[in-house]
Design a protein around this ligand. Sequence first.
Ligand SMILES: [Zn+2]
Length: 269
Amino acid sequence: MESPNNEGGTTVKEQNVGEDILNQLVTMTNRLGDPALDYAILGEGNTSSRADAETFWVKASGYEMRTLTASGFVRVAFDKVLALLNRVNLSDKETKEGLSAAKVDPGVSAHPSVETILHALCLGLEGVNFVGHTHPTAVNALTCSVAFEIAFSGRLFPDEIVLCGPAPLLVPYTDPGVPLASKVKQLLTGYLDRYGEPPRVVLMQNHGLIVLGRSAAQVENVTAMMVKTARVLLGALSAGGPHFMSQEQVDRIHTRPDELYRRQQLGVA
Ligand SMILES: [Zn+2]
């Protein structure tokens, strides 16, 4: 049996696990924010990870992904964040106040990102423990183009399917905050009905990319593969248009045993 420490009943073991998750989140965030990768600059992007069944860590507003440390994250309660989705016509001020009230420690001055509600939705899905949201130039060249939907309507190569799943979830441009989170919630339900598993990649029109992962490594790997996919697409669009794989070929790669094994080796199964 673990002996409770002096601060609020958590066991030493629980505290160590919590610190480990936060350390992994900080490392993942710094890596995703590396300017050489061109995923995010300045204050762009945000990340999160599940801390326990009731709470999660999310990046605070105003921090740069490449340099932030543990103090750049705020721990918030799932139920208080998700309750904002049930309130009608929330103003920007009310949203900010609602997110502030969701902080586990009200004394922390850092403020949760406006995209915190999106993170709560993603972390609430089966098998999702880490989330990385970035604005990669290669991906946004397509999410900001007139070809957004058609460009991402098919799969291009087997490793894209192994890492990024059978299809991304595409989200039409929506005002950030509660309206965007409500839209994503509705589309996630449709995706789960159709594919029977959560998406690994969400692409938001005129905005960017969200990657959902079981581990921090999975979020980094899937982000890298999605950026490569976007670069391949840009090349294919300039060479007469993409040649998409057939649905039968996609289904075969998504379900064949050797690819499932490869996914496990890559930490994405
Ligand atoms: Zn964003």
